[in-house]
Write a protein that binds this ligand. Structure first.
Ligand code: AMP
Length: 151
């Protein structure tokens, strides 16, 4: 699978290394050159410096032929905007935006933007851990509905 990861922070760099290890063709985009240090010296993927909402940068990263586009910058708006570009303009089959804000994640999910709200997922896992519950399957934690913490 050809994967583009936007944002080479803690999540982006970890995901990039995992995806390379699994045999995928990985390109990582970040506006900050220093961020690529997180990939380590032997990284087998490609790195592109630039803004992830710039279509020319996305084309340079190979978005026209990508199978997946994952936006994990520290900006919810950037992630939403770039995933919308990937989905509607370039028809990337698997687009996904990591969103911190649960309210925004709900709203954009309803508008058809593929989102994963790691704030909700992490909070629910911690709650279950503290309650001494056996942890569920990943999908058990992903729902954006019936969430009491979304106010
Ligand atoms: P973290 O805070 O560890 O999740 O890292 C987020 C990463 O996203 C940082 O390396 C930022 O440089 C990167 N980033 C933030 N906004 C953009 C953007 N618009 N385009 C490309 N990279 C970005």
């Amino acid at each position: 699978m050809k994967v583009i990861i936007l944002g080479c922070g803690r999540v982006g760099s970890t995901l990039a290394r995992l995806m390379v290890r699994d045999g995928n063709q990985v390109t990582v985009v970040d506006k900050n050159r220093d961020a690529f240090r997180r990939l380590g010296p032997g990284f087998k993927g490609t790195t592109i410096i630039g803004n992830g909402t710039d279509e020319e940068i996305l084309k340079k990263a190979g978005i026209e032929t990508a199978d997946a586009f994952v936006a994990v910058t520290n900006g919810d708006n950037t992630n939403i905007m770039s995933v919308q570009i990937a989905k509607t303009k370039f028809q990337v089959p698997k687009p996904l935006a990591r969103i911190y804000d649960p309210i925004r994640a709900c709203a954009y999910q309803e508008m058809g933007v593929d989102t994963l709200c790691t704030t909700l997922i992490g909070s629910r896992i911690i709650r279950d851990h503290l309650a001494g519950k056996e942890l569920g399957l990943a999908m058990d934690y992903c729902s954006l509905e019936d969430e009491e913490s979304v106010v």
